[in-house]
Design a protein around this ligand. Structure first.
Ligand code: ARG
Length: 565
């Protein structure tokens, strides 16, 4: 049952307000002792020409015989509703059970396509920690939108084009050794790329050579294109290894190179609309009225750039997917770039530019210098993931050495701990990486939530009782009631997360759910102690629902559960 709707329907006839008006003003009181929902009577003061407390008092008797509520109380200007706990629990738990693992899944997005672009690393360069941040957020948002019924497409806008590939090809021709590269491709390619820059300092002619190679590449010269393809293939192979570890996938890897032949159209459209201005030989769109630097569309040598490729990509996406929303999960340092291209798109007359959203995020800091310095200064992502798994393995070795599938468990917890770290706070906030808090089984961490789940599942495994149709009149303690209320709040967390493109609403939600679960678990006997069979049935049903919803919430964060740990 939807209590908000119910209260509104009851108040409609006696107040003369519409249901919608009432539903809009109903509040959740800040403290449980003030009830579960409250109707503020200020709204009626004007029409009834009475003081709000008086109105609250007069409305109170309307609910005296309503068994949906334990009591309905006037408190100052508010009418406070205390739900009938047993009824409420039954209602919530029945809905969880009937949802079969998809509690509060909705169809609000039916027929609408949401594009989530995330990760987007650069080929022949390390997949760095910022790309992991993007991957964690994007993967979660994709799952959240899917849960709301949207048709989601996951896009990886690979950085696989640009003048730097001319440099890399030149470097490869000079110093590349296929056999060496094969063994550790990204690292080796990075090495020769760095060497190119060092050598070019001494011998600037190298830069001309690189420009020539890039030109050849742009003109589809078979040899250079073959090399570029090789760099792309080996890079993607490495990236996919990381994606597999994370359980992440994409519908498209159309990167910057894909738009090579789609940019002339953009230049044409912009020039037809008289949006292009000459500036030092380059063609730009002036944005000074918005206090932004010009958006460069064509460089003085005629080469197109990052922004142009992005504009071409947006138009291609609109035509291909007819998106309802086009989300870019890219670090906040690129916020200006997105403001610029969205503005250019708007000026081109594309009203759908308003449905393009940049979802930014902060920086990742490593206070722990020991972390993954195997390759010098760059933090290699795979090393971070492996280190997390290794540390988890050590912990399990101490706490639960006989556990089955130790490797699988260590992997799910180690990876979960990292994902949680990225999704724990407001995404704009910088992150400080700390193994201690990430792997703290008692703090705000993935292992804490995963552990709560495993505890619940272990109870369910150990009992053979049929707990269908329980009687909830004996499970109305504050601990039980708070847990059920938290379970019930799942749908709100999911819609808040989608509204703001902020997975952290779900992280916060599931952490609180685990806390409520542990409070319940620690204070209410289930299998042993002072518990009769009817109460036990009800408590088992509560455990069952709580674990189901923890699992769904973690899924939306990209985090897996384990049955024991
Ligand atoms: N490859 C870029 C980088 O590593 C991120 C791409 C972001 N996406 C986009 N459509 N511009 O910085």
């Amino acid at each position: 049952m939807n209590y908000r709707e119910y209260i509104a329907s009851r108040l409609e006839s006696v107040t003369g307000l519409s249901r919608e008006e009432i539903e809009k003003v109903i509040e959740i009181p800040p403290e449980p002792k003030m009830g579960d929902m409250a109707f503020p009577c200020f709204t009626l003061a004007k029409t009834l020409k009475k003081a709000p407390p008086l109105i609250a008092n007069e409305l109170m008797p309307e609910f005296s015989n309503d068994d949906k509520f334990e009591k309905v109380q006037a408190a100052g200007p508010y009418l406070n509703f205390f739900f009938n706990r047993a009824e409420f629990e039954k209602d919530v738990l029945t809905r969880v059970k009937e949802s079969k693992g998809s509690f509060d899944k909705s169809e609000e997005g039916k027929g609408k396509t949401v594009l989530v672009e995330y990760s987007s690393p650069n080929i022949a360069k390390p997949f760095h920690i910022g790309h992991l941040f993007s991957t964690a957020i994007g993967n979660s948002l994709a799952r959240i939108y899917e849960y709301l019924g949207y048709d989601v497409k996951r896009l990886n806008h690979l950085g696989d084009w640009g003048t730097q590939f001319g440099k890399l090809i030149s470097a490869y021709k000079r110093w590349g050794d296929k056999e060496v590269i094969e063994k550790d491709p990204i690292n080796e390619l990075l090495k020769i790329y760095v060497k190119f820059h060092e050598e070019a300092e001494k011998n600037p002619e190298l830069n001309d050579e690189a420009r020539e190679y890039f030109k050849l590449l742009e003109n589809n010269d078979p040899e250079t294109t073959g090399l570029w393809q090789y760099f792309r293939d080996v890079s993607l192979k490495e990236f996919k290894r990381v994606y597999d570890m994370l359980g992440v996938s994409f519908d498209s890897y159309a990167g910057e190179s894909f738009y090579g032949d789609k940019m002339q159209e953009i230049v044409d459209i912009l020039s037809e609309k008289h949006l292009l201005t000459e500036s030092d030989g380059a063609k730009v769109v002036m944005l000074n009225n918005l206090n932004m630097p010009p958006c460069i569309i064509l460089k003085s040598d005629g080469a197109t750039i990052y922004a142009t490729r992005d504009i071409a990509a947006a138009l291609y996406r609109k035509r291909t997917y007819d998106f309802y929303k086009n989300i870019y999960v890219v670090g906040t340092p690129q916020a200006l770039h997105f403001r610029q291209i969205f503005e250019v798109m708007k000026r081109a007359g594309w009203d759908w530019a308003d449905n393009c959203v940049h979802v930014g995020f902060g920086l990742v800091k490593f206070p722990d210098k020991k972390l993954s310095t195997r390759h010098g200064d760059v933090v290699f992502l795979e090393d971070v993931l492996n280190e997390s798994i290794q540390k988890t393995r050590e912990k399990i070795e101490q706490s639960n050495p006989d556990i089955e599938d130790k490797e699988e468990v260590a992997k799910k917890i180690g990876i979960g701990a990292i994902l949680y770290t990225f999704l724990k706070n407001n995404r704009e906030k910088d992150i400080v990486f700390s193994w201690d808090s990430m792997l703290d089984f008692e703090g705000e961490s993935a292992p804490y939530v995963q552990y709560s789940y495993a505890r619940g599942r272990s109870i369910l495994r150990r009992c053979n009782t049929d707990f269908s149709n329980p009687d909830f009149s004996k499970t109305t303690s504050d601990e039980e009631y708070e847990l059920i209320k938290q379970i019930n709040a799942f749908g709100n967390a999911v819609s808040d997360a989608a509204d703001k493109n902020e997975p952290f609403y779900i992280t916060r939600y599931v952490t609180n759910l685990a806390k409520c679960f542990n409070k319940f678990y620690n204070t209410r006997p289930i299998l042993k102690g002072d518990v009769d069979s009817e109460t036990q049935k009800a408590r088992l049903a509560i455990v069952d629902a709580a674990t189901q919803v923890i699992k769904s919430a973690l899924y939306l964060l990209g985090i897996e559960t384990v049955e024991s740990m």
